[in-house]
Design a protein around this ligand. Sequence first.
Ligand code: NAD
Length: 280
Amino acid sequence: SDSSLRAGLVGRGIALSRTPAMHEAEARAQGMTGDYRLIDLDERGDIPLADVLAEAEADGLDGLNVTYPYKVEVMALLHDLSPNARAVGAANTVILRGGRRIGHNTDLWGFAESFRRGLPDAATDHVLLLGAGGAGVAVAHALADCGVSRLSILDSDGDRAASLAAQVSRNRPGCAADAVNDAATLFAGKRPNGVVNATPMGMAKLPGTAIDTDLITPDQWVADIVYFPLETQLLASARAKGCRVLSGGGMAVFQAVRAFELFTGRPADPDRMKATFDAF
Ligand code: NAD
């Protein structure tokens, strides 16, 4: 409604998510009341996702964010999809209105906006994407939207890399995507302009990097979507070489910026939402 934001986040293990604080603070700053609830199915037991959506509708929520592990499962419960949610095959935002449920994928726009703002004028002729899982699919489409004309995709599960390459080439004809199984071989030829990590490598609980950082040189830019910690081993190593780097914080903030706009119909202030994110 006009003066309130009523929404929530459905997922597992989400107690430490910064998304509720970003939405509630933004709503308050705009003079609205903000009620953004955590629906952690680790704590609520095995309620079917369909019941969670029905309850949100009965409570009059404007919508829900959906996170791990429900972004694909939720698709079957929706009436319509945005073009991006359809392309990615996953929704992280559901708008509830007039008995209808519309799925969106704001992870895609979130990465693209973070990239455009954080690495302006980055060369995009050829990019290496590490990780073809849930987030990697959204990031691959976002990179195509940012002008990447050739996208090489590396995943320890080669079938995933190959099927994402086919998906992106189909959905984004301006981007030629291919699967690779060895970064050293790729770098031995004409090297990519940039590297994006969308594997979980580098998370506090999973230290390390998905490629040998010796391969990276100062002329390349490096982005990570892992944001706990913000400075992953990959980014620290690239920064030390003098590479331009982009952390995963921007994607986390901008997915929320776009979701706020979808929930409320009002623009959100990205700097204000980032300040809330950074306050943690
Ligand atoms: P996922 O498990 O769905 O996919 C990860 C993929 O990486 C898998 O396909 C796996 O095979 C591959 N992989 C793992 N280790 C690898 C390695 N060493 N080399 C090559 N491939 C490897 O996970 P996800 O949901 O896609 O999330 C990935 C990461 O992105 C997580 O750390 C998550 O926190 C982060 N993430 C960040 C944001 C953000 O807003 N910044 C949003 C979503 C996810």
